[in-house]
Design a protein around this ligand. Structure first.
Ligand code: UDP
Length: 324
């Protein structure tokens, strides 16, 4: 079976994908600089190497020392607000770092890559559900770094025969069903873990950013996709490399409002959530959810988690029994 290099395999989505690949019989090498990743999240069955996208020698060492068939590339900075205040950090790591990775891959004859892209590449939606033909006008440096990498892939395909699939995630959520892996960001900015922390009393409350949106209950609607469904899609994408090049949305196709998330979390946990209603956050569109037809057709993928309560239940279990 093929050996996959997972760049950023100690992070949230990366670690779940590593577990899924190993469970599916792939060999896995995890490379991570552990700036945001957790060493505890690296599956013992995988080989771990310390590497940094900024240090091409560290990348060359990985390919010199392991026979790699394909790369899944998760290693990126992902705080949208920080990308506005410190774009240099984002362009260097997410774009220049990816160029380093591609240089090292191609120098070692590795031409297959699956990449973490984002629905942030679309910017303000002109229609929903968003399909892959929706215009791409990202509104943050973070979103632009992801779009730039997608464009680099197209040029590298023509010039060097790169085989690439970029997966545009909507809102990743939940934790592994067996409780071994979870979401542990510092700082945490995502809605579901923040709601659960407010329920636990780890935070005073959850601040709801805006109640006057053009949605049925006035709060923003997003497409929350379980991290294990994301992991499965990465494995399917690896298997598809060489027969398909391009970008694919990963979302459930279902929209859930902020208020619905809070109610579902209260129901799952059996506890009330303290809420403060505040003003809108800059750059938040009212509704974002995916048309996932292409993922179904090209990858043969289907999300297993389509009830938001099931997604939140895995996150609640993790929140109570965190391992890292
Ligand atoms: N949100 C909120 N309060 C928070 C964090 C998020 O009301 O403390 C809302 C946010 O406005 C968005 C949704 O929850 O509509 C999901 O936000 P998140 O930051 O998790 O993901 P994003 O959609 O921004 O990638």
């Amino acid at each position: 079976m093929d050996t996959i290099l997972v760049m950023g395999g100690a992070g949230y989505i990366g670690s779940h994908t590593v577990k899924h690949l190993l469970d599916s019989g792939f060999g896995v090498v995890v490379a991570d600089n552990l700036v945001y990743g957790h060493s505890e999240s690296v599956d013992k069955r995988a080989k771990f190497v310390s590497a940094d996208l900024a240090d091409i020698n560290s990348l060359n060492n990985v390919f010199d020392n392991h026979k790699i068939d394909a790369v899944i590339h998760f290693a990126a900075y992902a705080y949208v607000g920080e990308s506005v205040s410190n774009p240099q950090k984002y362009y260097y790591n997410n774009v220049v770092g990816t160029l380093n990775l591609l240089q090292s891959m191609l120098a070692h004859g590795v031409k297959k890559i699956v990449f973490s892209s984002s629905c942030a590449t679309y910017g303000a939606p002109q229609y929903v559900p968003i399909d892959e033909k929706h215009p791409q006008n990202p509104i943050s440096p973070y979103g632009r770094t992801k779009l730039m990498v997608e464009q680099i892939f197209d040029d590298y395909e023509k010039a060097y025969g790169l085989q690439h699939i970029a997966l545009r995630y909507f809102n990743a959520a939940g934790c592994s069903a067996d409780g071994s892996l979870g979401e542990s960001h510092s700082p945490e900015t995502h809605l579901i873990p923040l709601v659960l922390k407010a329920i636990k009393g780890e935070r005073a409350d959850i601040k709801v950013f805006g109640t006057d949106y053009d949605t049925p209950d006035g709060t923003c609607i997003r497409d929350y996709i379980h991290v294990e469904d994301l992991a499965a899609a990465h494995r399917l994408a690896v298997e598809k490399l060489g027969t398909y090049n391009g970008c694919i949305n990963l979302g459930t196709g279902l929209g859930t409002s902020v208020k619905e998330i809070i109610s579902a979390a209260e129901e799952v946990s059996g506890h009330p959530c303290p809420v403060e209603y505040t003003s809108r956050r800059d750059g938040d569109p009212a509704k974002l959810f995916a048309d996932n037809t292409k993922a179904k057709e090209v990858l043969g993928w289907k999300p297993q988690y389509t009830d938001i309560k099931d997604i939140i239940r895995t996150a609640w279990d993790w929140e109570q029994n965190k391992k890292y």
